[in-house]
Design a protein around this ligand. Structure first.
Ligand code: DX5
Ligand code: ZN
Length: 229
């Protein structure tokens, strides 16, 4: 995985057809997705259950590019090896998921993956101030995690603070929750480069009729890139 700050669209398969993940991943990649965002929920850290490492391993052969796994689970550490084995490229844990996020990020990198750290809307940017040399990605949640299709919460000030704290470090800023062509410009302008979008991508089409996915991805990307033109 090479590093750059260009806008990357990462469809969240939480909004895809759960009986057809392989074809859905292939469809959004064919239609221009840069990364595939995979939401793992445990019914404990968040009030919803999605799926675990076995599903990630089953999806992996259907993804050509980056598999970006977002863990909404606690604890994290006992499962890091399983997600490495499942083929995650980026593994993101929440700073709120336990008392030892520093150790968790070390273990993620130690297992050969890029390490991401996610911040709930109520957690300030400063919570990752001592983790910047341990992290490859900071995920700013713009909804309270647990469900797709929620209303965007404006975290622009936090994104700007993180962008300035990061400086020249090769750290992605990812935005997750309520991203569409209306909200994408706000977060891109503040300094985000990876835009997760579930319901705004997987609407109007299907794995076999995937053209609407492409239109949705292009609409988000051009809205985000428009802030620089
Ligand atoms: C929320 C998940 C998100 C979610 C995004 O808990 O982490 O990735 O699927 O869905 P939308 O884009 O519909 O808000
Ligand atoms: Zn997510």
């Amino acid at each position: 995985m090479s590093f750059d700050r260009s806008i990357k669209i990462a469809p969240s398969i939480l909004a895809a057809d759960f009986a057809n993940f392989g074809a859905e991943c292939a469809a959004v990649e064919r239609e221009g997705a840069d990364w595939i965002h995979v939401d793992v929920m445990d019914g404990h850290f968040v009030p919803n259950i999605s799926f675990g490492p076995a599903t990630c391993a089953a999806i992996r052969p259907h993804i050509k590019g980056v598999m970006d796994v977002h863990l909404m689970i606690a604890p994290v550490d006992p499962y890091i090896d399983a997600f490495a084995q499942a083929g995650a490229d980026v593994l993101t844990a929440h700073v709120e998921a336990g008392p030892h996020i520093h150790r968790t990020l070390q273990a993620i990198r130690g297992n050969g993956m890029k390490a991401g750290v996610a911040l709930n809307p109520g957690t300030p940017a400063e919570a990752v101030g001592d983790l910047l040399d341990m992290a490859d990605l900071i995920c700013v949640m713009t909804v309270n995690p647990g469900f797709g299709g929620q209303k965007f919460i404006d975290m622009t000030a936090k994104i700007k603070s993180l962008r300035s704290m990061i400086g020249d470090r090769p750290i992605h800023i990812e935005i997750d929750g309520g991203v569409d062509s209306t909200t994408a410009p706000l977060v891109a302008k503040a300094g985000a480069d990876v835009l997760v979008a579930g319901s705004a991508v997987f609407r109007g089409g299907s794995a076999t009729e995937s053209a609407p996915y492409g239109e949705n991805i292009r609409a988000i990307r051009s809205a985000a890139q428009g802030v620089w033109t």
